[in-house]
Ligand binder design. Structure first.
Ligand code: SF4
Ligand code: SF4
Length: 453
């Protein structure tokens, strides 16, 4: 299909072709945070010393915006400790000593199996949604939401479109499956393009059935061999769009929706579903298919390692594996480590502890050596205008940066600070090397904090 040629942003180097994920053996211990998404922390359902089976629920909550957490190895609960998630918050974490038996929980034995899209179409949407909620699926991105929340009618007032004060909820008619990655060279979605076709067909059918979408668009990265997945798309009559991997941040949710459907998502709080679109990463669609076609929760995560490691590649790892062990499998990081950025180089979050576990919200890391990490000096703006030329949401980053730097947060909010998608394009082009995203991110959090008082 033809895309809108509208684009601001920057041009990044083309990422290397992503190979299929390599399976890693389960670790000796897994660390399972009781919150692996945006939302409420689950309550522990196990105690230290208790034996657990694979897939057994170890944490759950009655809160709607919370996902169940299952054991990803069989073994003995060693402790419940605090770990720090990529956003810097402490989260209680269940530590399980692996017994190596991989014995599945008995209660999973009788789960119904939906083997093909026809079986999915014959199943009630509410039943499918309940299965996904029980499986604890989470949208595959840092601070993603539990998938059952993404798939439910809007709950938060800010996601309504308001017209004359009356909330209007537009029914979803289009499902976009995003196989192109937002923040290359961390490319887990591209790595999975050759994954099980049946799981993908079942996953897409379930997402369409639950949301009510009649039209399915598969957004593929341009310039890579996608013959296999394109054949599946042809079989099920999905539309296919080829999206540049170099045009950053073209693949981010709202911009992709606009270019594929012509529908503009209203900022700052708008979401694709406000304009009748459900957009999910390919990894999430595959996870949905695996849950429904196996009757079991997903116990692993596709995880890309990019940047300054010996062998950058994508792995399939058990949830709860320390990131340091995945880096070792990639040949190890630089001798003088600098930063480990969860997510990707442009939009990711740097973590300070390499032992942070792989969770449902982490899809990869970008590693930098100490030599590559630029120590910023605080230079003033030289009014060159480059940041204004690249901002994909048409802000004036130079002015916003100054207002946030001098703590004039409400003035910045009046200049649409909250519309910033934190893509980092302004910082990337700034010749004065101003830490724009830090200013803007901090300013946004101050505005939000001020409004909650
Ligand atoms: S102001 Fe925000 S949206 Fe605009 S370029 Fe900078 S980080 Fe991106
Ligand atoms: S790119 Fe940097 S120096 Fe140029 S106007 Fe923007 S903030 Fe100022």
């Amino acid at each position: 299909m033809k895309l809108s040629n509208w684009f601001k942003g920057i041009s990044l180097p083309r990422p290397p072709a992503a190979a299929p994920p390599v399976g890693l053996p389960a670790p000796e211990k897994v660390y399972l945070p009781l919150r692996q998404h945006r939302g409420a922390v689950a309550e522990p359902k196990v105690e230290p010393g208790q034996r657990v089976a694979l897939g057994q629920v170890v944490g759950a909550s009655e809160e709607f915006e919370s996902a169940a957490v299952q054991a990803t190895v069989s073994g003995v609960v060693e402790a419940i400790v605090d770990t720090v998630d990529p956003a810097g918050e402490k989260v209680p974490t269940v530590v399980i000593q692996n017994d190596g038996a991989d014995a599945w929980a008995d209660e999973l034995a009788g789960a119904a199996i939906l083997e093909d899209p026809a079986a999915v179409k014959a199943t009630r949407p509410s039943h499918l949604l309940r299965r996904l909620r029980e499986a604890g699926l989470v949208r595959a991105q840092v601070q993603g939401r539990p998938l059952h929340v993404d798939l439910s009618p809007p709950m938060a007032p800010q996601s309504y479109l308001y017209m004359t004060g009356i909330p209007v909820v537009r029914p979803i008619d289009t499902l976009i499956i995003r196989a192109v990655d937002v923040d290359p060279p961390v490319c887990p979605n591209q790595s999975c393009m050759g994954e099980a076709s049946q799981d993908l067909a079942v996953g897409v059918a379930a997402l369409a059935r639950i949301s009510g979408a009649k039209r399915v668009i598969l957004a593929l990265p341009s310039g890579v061999d996608a013959a296999g997945i394109a054949a599946i798309a042809a079989q099920y009559e999905w539309e296919v769009a080829s999206v540049s991997q170099r045009a950053y941040p073209f693949a981010s949710d709202n911009l992709l929706v606009q270019s594929l459907t012509g529908r503009e998502v209203h900022t700052p709080y708008g979401e694709p579903r406000d304009v009748g679109v459900l957009l999910e990463p390919l990894i999430s669609a595959l996870d949905v298919g695996r849950v429904l076609s196996s009757g079991r929760p997903v116990i692993d995560r596709v995880f890309s390692v990019a940047g300054e490691v010996k062998n950058p590649q994508t792995f399939r790892v058990r949830l709860g594996t320390p990131i340091s062990q995945v880096l070792d499998a990639a040949g190890g990081g630089p001798s003088r480590p600098g930063k480990i950025i969860v997510g990707g180089p442009m939009m990711g979050l740097a973590i300070f502890d390499p032992a942070t576990p792989v969770t449902r919200e982490t899809v990869g890391v970008f590693v930098q050596s100490a030599a590559s990490v630029v120590a910023y000096a605080d230079h003033p703006c030289i009014h060159c205008g480059r940041c204004v030329a690249v901002c994909p949401v048409n802000l004036i980053p130079s002015d916003l940066g100054k207002l946030c730097e001098f703590r004039m947060y409400e003035d910045a909010a009046e200049m649409n600070l909250m519309n910033c998608i934190e893509c980092g394009c302004c910082a990337y082009v700034c010749p004065a090397r101003r830490p724009m995203v830090h200013f803007l991110r901090h300013g946004k959090s101050e505005v939000l904090a001020g409004r909650m008082e």
